[in-house]
Ligand binder design. Structure first.
Ligand SMILES: NCCC[C@H](N)C(=O)O
Ligand SMILES: NC(=O)OP(=O)(O)O
Length: 307
């Protein structure tokens, strides 16, 4: 994975198809214990939003690679007192080897990449969640042998997770159906256009208001919260609008009999997904969560210098 050495991962689109394919293969090798690689590098985690999976999986991955992690919670740094990103980034770049940032604006993440002088990983912004999608693709590959030719249907808000799924699945030759309420909940048209470009004539990218049509004969049903971090004030008013997009037993019954259900978590049972489906035989949520660690370990090792 020499190709990723020293690079940023700000968007799924920062990878090409070969790099994404190689990264998933490397993650599978690391998971099976087939290969090992160690480093003595230091990762900073600068998260301005809450996180369980991303924080812990990056930390464990880095420890298992022999590295160290510094939790740069803004409330205990000068970030919360308004030190500009341009200054914080240049200072952190003098201490750390790599930085994972979770924040609101993609432009702020890009500034960390621009000013820090070290590789920066997108640990979730309002626009994208690329690390999540590495784990999702690894899970789909494990379940079906490969991603190409399979169909993933996403139900709910056209948010950061939907955007990264559109890009990553399209790159891997998967059909993507995004079922959302009408504007302003549709995915970013620029991302949809990019996904269509990646898919070319190998896969179909569809945005629809019809959740049943999106579920028909699909291989993967995917959902995420209806109100993302930072949108908590809108959560109540969104419930009736999003109800037809709930992943429940009825929607699941329209999919292929061997279809799987994914959710990036945390989930709101009874809103975007029912408890019955979450705990049901077709749910792969816990494998998916575990795969965050394997996929990010491969990403860290690749960026930090695995040849
Ligand atoms: N844990 C992932 C959360 C994803 C969600 N769309 C959010 O941004 O809050
Ligand atoms: N899926 C995900 O990113 O989880 P956290 O918000 O807990 O990191």
């Amino acid at each position: 994975m020499a190709a990723l050495k020293g690079r940023h991962l700000l968007s799924v689109a920062d990878l090409n198809v070969q790099e994404l394919t190689d990264l998933l293969a490397f993650a599978a090798q690391l998971k099976s214990g087939e290969t090992s690689w160690t480093c003595r590098k230091i990762l900073g985690l600068l998260f301005t939003k809450a996180s369980t999976r991303t924080r812990v999986s990056f930390t464990v991955a880095m420890y298992q690679l022999g590295g160290q992690v510094i939790d740069l919670n803004p409330s205990v740094t000068q970030v919360s007192r308004g030190e500009p990103v341009t200054d914080t980034a240049r200072v952190l770049g003098r201490y750390l080897d790599i930085l994972a940032v979770r924040t609101f604006k993609q432009s702020e993440l890009e500034d960390y990449a621009k000013y820090s002088g070290i590789p920066v990983i997108n640990a979730l912004t309002d626009l994208e969640h690329p690390c999540q999608i590495l784990a999702d693709l690894l899970t789909i590959q494990e379940c079906f042998g490969s991603c190409a030719g399979k169909t993933l249907s996403y139900f709910g808000d056209g948010n950061n997770v939907a955007h990264s799924l559109l890009l990553g699945c399209a790159m891997m030759g998967m059909n993507v159906r995004v079922a959302v309420p009408s504007e302003p909940y549709e995915p970013d048209p620029e991302i949809v256009a990019k996904a269509k470009e990646f898919a070319g004539d190998k896969a179909e990218i569809t945005v629809t208001y019809d959740s049943k049509a999106a579920a028909e004969g699909t291989d993967v049903l995917y959902t995420d919260v209806w109100a993302s971090m930072g949108q908590e004030m809108e959560a109540r008013e969104r419930i009736p609008l999003f109800k037809p997009y709930q992943v429940n037993q009825e929607l699941l019954s329209l999919a292929h009999s061997d279809a799987i259900v994914l959710h990036c978590l945390p989930a709101h049972r009874g809103e975007e997904i029912t408890g019955e489906v979450m705990e049901g035989a077709q749910s792969r949520l816990w494998d998916q969560a575990e795969n965050r660690m394997h996929a990010q370990k491969a990403l860290l090792a690749s960026i930090l210098g695995k040849d």
